[in-house]
Design a protein around this ligand. Structure first.
Ligand code: NAD
Ligand code: UFG
Length: 341
């Protein structure tokens, strides 16, 4: 059993990862400032696992409080770092907040880890670092492109910071996990995504439209160079994604890594269009989603999906939950939080 500190552990991906960590017998300390989550998520984690993880209501940018937390829970064997702001559009409006929370937050975390001799890190990166790749599926060797949003830039800068820190500290090990599009909820419907306000992401918008909260879904663009004209992404089940974190963490903890910094795509390897997503939801649930075609969304890329062979081999892991099943979990979660039978 290792002691794992999870920043942002009450958020969407963090909470699912905390469940997997507990189920793999790790002891978890959740650090979250509740800026995009609720403390009630702890209850959901307890309902699934029968374990209530330690919770510290702390902003990671507060060095003193974070350091006290490391002292209180010493020794911390590793950190999984989810805490960040993540809305691409909002980052264009609030770049300073995004650079502060995402980049300064990481610097504070690394500084506190250094002070407490904690040398193992798993970091949430994003396929956004690839922009629109010239070759698909996109491999980890694809050149990174200049970020099109402050959010995307924070992920590139954070990856660089971690690599530079590794160069300076031979004991430090990290894995940079580049997520494609996480969707769905835990099969128990005890935890899931809790978007605030109008969702930006496709699946929460689909489920809210199906629940009657939104009148119709706008499909952003049907004139892309894709088979049905709508944009293509690689949608990965959040529970599969959470499991990859445990696999990656265990490599680091067991000193099994090939390199001090392992970089991995986490996706399914299959691209799915927006229209196919709507139809998959309808097929999975029997509920119709009203939609209309709207102009392309500014900043969107046309298509991206992951090359998964490196992650599959390295982590001995595969994201293989069928899309229909994932859509059912998303719908069950939406129904639960809206009180729909
Ligand atoms: P989320 O917003 O649901 O979770 C982030 C959590 O971190 C929230 O609980 C929030 O309250 C907390 N947090 C934010 N700033 C904090 C701070 N300064 N101190 C303490 N807690 C703080 O987001 P998510 O979807 O779970 O994403 C987790 C990570 O994965 C993020 O780093 C995000 O950029 C990255 N990521 C997400 C996606 C996606 O589509 N969801 C895709 C690629 C990468
Ligand atoms: N879409 C619609 N209508 C909507 C919402 C989305 O047509 O109401 C379309 C988008 O135009 C896009 C696709 O659905 O073609 C997926 O959009 P999302 O907003 O769900 O996801 P993105 O691929 O744009 O971005 C997401 C995260 C980013 C992250 C990126 C890569 O929001 O934080 O995946 O991981 F960087």
């Amino acid at each position: 059993m290792a002691h794992i500190l999870v920043t942002g552990g009450l958020g969407y991906i963090g909470s699912h990862t905390v469940v997997e960590l507990i189920q793999h017998k790790h002891s978890v300390i959740v650090v979250d400032n509740l800026s995009n989550s609720e403390q009630s998520v702890l209850q959901g984690i307890y309902d699934i696992t029968g374990v209530l993880p330690a919770f510290e209501h702390i902003d990671i940018c507060n060095k003193q409080e974070l350091s006290n937390c490391f002292t209180k829970h010493s020794p911390i064997d590793a950190v999984i770092h989810f805490a960040a702001y993540k809305a691409v559009g909002e980052s264009v409006q609030k770049p300073l907040e995004y650079y502060t929370n995402n980049v300064y937050g990481l610097l504070v975390l690394l500084d506190v880890m250094r002070a407490h001799n904690c040398n193992n890190l798993v970091f949430s990166s994003s396929c956004t670092v690839y922009g629109q790749p010239t070759e698909l599926p996109v491999t980890e060797q694809a050149p990174l492109q200049k970020a099109t949003s402050p959010y995307g830039n924070t992920k590139q800068i954070c990856e660089d910071i971690i690599q530079d820190y590794i160069t300076s500290n031979p004991l430090f090990k990290a894995s940079l996990l580049r997520y494609f599009n996480p969707i769905g909820a835990h099969p128990s419907a005890c935890i899931g995504e809790l978007p605030k306000g109008i969702p930006n992401n496709l699946v929460p918008f689909i489920t809210q439209t199906a629940a009657g909260i939104r009148k119709e879904l706008q499909v952003f663009g049907n004139d892309y160079n894709t088979p049905d004209g709508s944009a293509i992404r690689d949608y990965i089940y959040v529970v599969d994604l959470a499991k990859a974190h445990v696999a990656s963490l265990n490599r680091i903890l067991n000193n099994n890594v090939n390199k001090a910094c392992e970089i991995c795509n986490l996706g399914t390897g299959t691209g799915v269009s927006v229209l196919e997503m709507i139809h998959a939801f309808e097929q999975a649930t029997g509920v119709t989603v009203p939609y209309s075609i709207a102009p392309r969304r500014a900043g969107d890329i046309e298509q991206v999906w992951a090359s998964t062979s490196y992650a599959n081999k390295l982590l001995n892991w595969k994201a293989d939950t069928p899309l229909i099943e994932i859509m059912r979990t998303a719908w069950n979660w939406e129904k639960k939080i809206r009180g729909i039978q």
